[in-house]
Design a protein around this ligand. Structure first.
Ligand code: PLP
Length: 411
């Protein structure tokens, strides 16, 4: 018998899968924390640690259902929550959705992976924005597909470049990913842009995957239009949303996927989604019970995003302070919880944005995510999370300004 020590390697299918917002910079922050340093973490959009609490009505409903949430549910989710999702979308002008078209998941994350696994054959191409929320690119790769990045134009407020989308379509393209409101840029797409994307999808028979997890978080009256409403009956549209952000319960892992459009033509794909949903039994059932309560009330979100509300005030302050720093230029965000500022790479000698994030971490104990973690090809951006209080952000951005005033990346 062979008794040589052996290595236990990860699968080769992970070799191109990147999720660097939880990568080496975070490892370094954790190492520093273990040494006793206090790190200000401006790297992930997790509302709870910043004092955002779940509305009581959601908690009370979930607690009341705990005794009856012990068993597996239908693999698509409990009917009352799926019906609540249908009713919610009806109020948004989306018709023809049935509870059977709604799948509940352990957050949007699980449903993104699941729906791409069900679709992609090797070589199938999915158009993903750059910059993106990196789970999309990673999940396309993991599913055997090929992510093809389309540009979002910073000078146009980070709106998708429709010509670039059209130019990148090949006979292997299966779908277009839309993240609206966008992470990391904060862009909220006007109806005409969504109409343009839907038109391209219709012409080429593509699926639109619309990640709308930040739907309720928009600022200064920006209007959020659901892609499914624009897509109507003619374009297959998968809409993803959930309770992690606006409803402040990321830890309960509760999200949904709603399928609209020509479902008859997608019967085989939907059967695949159903198969994968069955294989993981069901989503966390107590988290499913939060959905009806969340969608049935106002949940104080409107107040939070006003300029006088916490999220609105934090966003306004962050934008103003970033743009006051020499060598930074930042587009306003109209939604979500992030800003994606541009660094003057000439001035700071930046060739490696991960090193920039590490240098900032080591010198100022502030953790941000480097732009290339969002599949952005140039080393000239980083993402700031605007969840901390104005006092904390004010101090952090003063420290960032101090840091940059003397920063020059070593060759
Ligand atoms: N989609 C986007 C654009 C996100 O930013 C996030 C989390 O930050 C997710 C999906 C994941 O959400 P969930 O907590 O529902 O898995």
């Amino acid at each position: 018998m062979n008794s040589l020590p052996r290595r236990y390697d990860q699968s080769q299918k992970l070799s191109d899968v990147l999720y660097d917002i939880r990568g080496p910079v975070l490892d370094e922050a954790e190492r520093m924390e273990a040494e006793g340093h206090r790190i200000l973490k401006l790297n992930i959009g997790n509302p709870a640690p910043f004092g955002f609490e779940c509305p009581d009505s959601i908690l009370v409903d979930m607690i009341a259902h705990l005794p009856t949430a012990q068993g597996y549910s239908d693999s698509r989710g409990i009917p009352s929550a799926r019906r609540a999702v249908v009713q919610y979308y009806e109020t948004r002008g989306i018709d023809g959705l049935d509870a059977d078209d709604v799948y509940l998941g352990n957050g949007v994350s699980e449903l993104i992976t699941l729906s791409l696994q069900a679709l992609c054959d090797p070589g199938d191409e999915i158009l993903v924005p750059t910059p993106d929320y990196p789970l999309w690119t990673a999940s396309v790769t993991l599913s055997g597909g090929t992510p093809v990045h389309y540009e979002c134009d910073e000078q146009a407020g980070w709106l998708p470049d429709l010509d670039d989308i059209a130019a990148k379509i090949t006979d292997r393209t299966r779908g277009i990913v839309v993240i609206n409101p966008n992470n990391p840029t904060g862009a909220v797409y006007p109806r005409e842009v969504l109409e343009g994307i839907v038109r391209i999808a219709r012409e080429h028979g593509l699926i639109v995957f619309s990640d709308e997890i930040y739907e309720k978080i928009t600022y200064h009256g920006a209007e959020m239009v659901n892609t499914a409403q624009v897509a109507g009956d003619e374009v297959l549209c998968l809409t993803y949303s959930g309770l992690s952000k606006a409803y402040r319960i990321a830890g309960y892992r509760s999200g949904w996927l709603a399928i609209t459009g020509p479902k008859g033509q997608a019967a085989s794909y939907i059967e695949g989604i159903r198969l994968l949903a069955n294989m993981r039994m069901c989503a966390n059932v107590p988290g499913q019970h939060a959905i009806q309560a969340a969608l049935g009330g106002r949940q104080s979100i409107e107040e939070l995003v006003l300029p006088t509300g916490r999220l609105g005030a934090q966003m306004d302050l962050s934008l103003e302070k970033l743009n006051a720093i020499d060598g930074i230029e930042c587009q306003p965000a109209h939604g979500a919880l992030y800003l994606f500022p541009k660094l003057d790479v000439e001035r700071f000698g930046i060739v490696d944005d991960e090193r920039f994030a590490l240098d900032l971490l080591r010198e100022q104990k502030i953790l941000v995510s480097h732009g290339s973690a969002f599949n952005w090809a140039r080393p000239d951006h980083f993402r700031l999370v605007t969840l901390p209080s104005v006092e904390v952000l004010d101090e952090a951005l003063n420290r960032l300004g101090d840091f940059l005033s003397g920063y020059r990346q070593q060759a």
